[in-house]
Design a protein around this ligand. Structure first.
Ligand SMILES: N[C@@H](CCC(=O)N[C@@H](CS)C(=O)NCC(=O)O)C(=O)O
Length: 230
């Protein structure tokens, strides 16, 4: 198979690319990266010394594509399907890229900060950084609530790369900072994302791994009930 995705079923940025692949039914091979296994870890770092996942290997073109937004743009250009996750119209495409950046920088990043701090030793915890991250999530939620006025998806009526970024970001951030009754549009958007077949499939495949998520007790009840017994 030409396309190989190096990633992990629990990793939110990997979910973002999986959604894009599933939206178009793009064939690919899934290669699980296990950071606790030296050779698996070396496999990833050999291609991308930054060490962040996912990365996409395109064996047919002998190229390595890192960074989720670049991966989705690459798939759109070289392996297009029926779902155009980047609009053809340049101004609409710009809006999609803006909201894609927004979810990565102001939802995923603070969400990861809070989760990572949980796993730090007591003497190196960063309470101020975590409080700032929570504040960023509240600010982002308010902006999303306003943006959704009249929009089915984040940048209009079509599901795009920005929604691929939104789904895992909001799925995990909601376990840390709930949306609150004052943000009904955000709550409705979240439900549409979770019910979207591409993301629903990603979540189903992640079920055996959610037991490793430090905030697993705050996952939605439907997910907790569907998780295999430990
Ligand atoms: N900007 C990167 C972020 C990727 C990222 O942060 N991936 C996480 C997994 S969700 C990771 O590899 N974490 C491992 C680490 O930081 O050591 C992208 O969009 O691909």
């Amino acid at each position: 198979m030409s396309l190989v995705l190096y990633g992990h079923p629990l990793a939110s940025f990997c979910h973002k690319v999986l959604i894009a692949l599933y939206e178009n039914g793009t064939p690919f091979e899934d290669r699980l990266v296990d950071f606790s296994d030296e050779s698996s870890r070396a496999d990833l770092f050999r291609y991308w010394p930054v060490g962040k996942m996912p990365i996409l290997r395109d064996e047919a073109r002998d190229s390595t594509i890192p960074e989720t937004s670049i991966i989705i743009e690459y798939l759109d250009r070289h392996y297009p399907g029926e779902a155009h996750l980047i609009p053809v119209d340049p101004d609409r495409a710009l809006q999609v890229r803006l909201w894609d950046r927004f979810f990565d920088l102001y939802v995923q990043t603070p969400m990861q900060k809070i989760v990572a701090d949980t796993m730090r030793a007591a003497d190196v915890k960063d309470p101020q950084g975590v409080a700032d991250a929570r504040g960023t999530l509240e600010m982002a939620y308010d902006m999303i609530e306003r943006q959704l006025a009249g929009n089915l998806w984040i940048s209009g009526d079509a599901f795009t790369m920005a929604d691929c970024a939104a789904a895992p970001a909001l799925f995990y951030s909601e376990t840390l900072v709930p949306f609150g009754a004052e943000r009904p549009k955000l709550a409705g958007y979240y439900r549409r994302l979770v019910e979207r077949p591409s993301f629903s499939r990603v979540l189903k495949e992640s079920l055996p791994y959610f037991k490793f998520y430090p905030y697993k007790h705050q996952l939605p009840e439907t997910i907790r009930k569907a998780m295999p017994a430990e």
